[in-house]
Design a protein around this ligand. Structure first.
Ligand SMILES: [Cu+2]
Length: 194
């Protein structure tokens, strides 16, 4: 706060004196202070990874998933279109960054670096790649975000870089092994760090 008061007094003094080149320099340094505060809020470096999500054969589901490292957690932002209206879908990070098969089975099973059981994303044990079910709105779209502490971006055993995201036809029951009985794969996207 003191910084702002000093700057305001300085700017007022300059204005009173009629023009002052250093006002611009002072304003720039305030701007960079705001930016560094933003960076620390979003964690070291604020690493980001993105997946362009594409439909599997016979599906119309597509969109984008972003992973933002924010301190010790990752904020996952999901934007999808082409789902059935008001439907619910299992959603996970899968082991392999390979969406080449028509049914996306090339992506393998769930990303599970700790070798534990499938479960609910919010209670241990669960796969690092276990995420909350996605709920499509009345237009068949998903626009949501949530925070996950089992994943990371750019470093650590939970690093999403090089893995994939999968959207399933059915809801994940968070119990059935190994994948929550969430059915075939509607869409797949390889996750790449930016
Ligand atoms: Cu899955």
């Amino acid at each position: 706060m003191a910084r702002w008061i000093r700057w305001a007094l300085f700017a007022a003094a300059c204005a009173a004196l009629g023009g002052c080149e250093t006002v611009r320099g002072a304003a720039d340094s305030v701007g960079s202070a705001v930016k560094s505060g933003w960076d620390s809020l979003w964690g070291s470096g604020g690493a980001v990874a993105v997946a362009d999500v594409k439909p599997t054969q016979g599906s119309t589901v597509s969109g984008k998933v972003e992973f933002h490292q924010s301190g010790s957690t990752v904020r996952v932002t999901v934007d999808l279109v082409g789902l059935a209206p008001n439907s619910e879908h299992g959603f996970h990070v899968h082991e392999r960054g390979d969406c080449s098969a028509p049914d996306a089975m090339s992506a393998g099973g769930h990303f599970n670096p700790e070798g534990v059981a499938h479960g609910t994303y919010s209670h241990a044990p669960h796969h690092a790649g276990d995420l909350p079910n996605l709920k499509a709105d009345e237009k068949g779209e998903v626009h949501t975000s949530f925070d996950i502490d089992s994943l990371s971006v750019g470093s650590g055993s939970g690093d999403v870089d090089g893995h994939s995201v999968i959207v399933h036809r059915d809801a994940d029951d968070y119990k059935s092994q190994p994948a929550g009985n969430s059915g075939p794969r509607l869409a797949c996207g390889v996750i790449a760090a930016k």
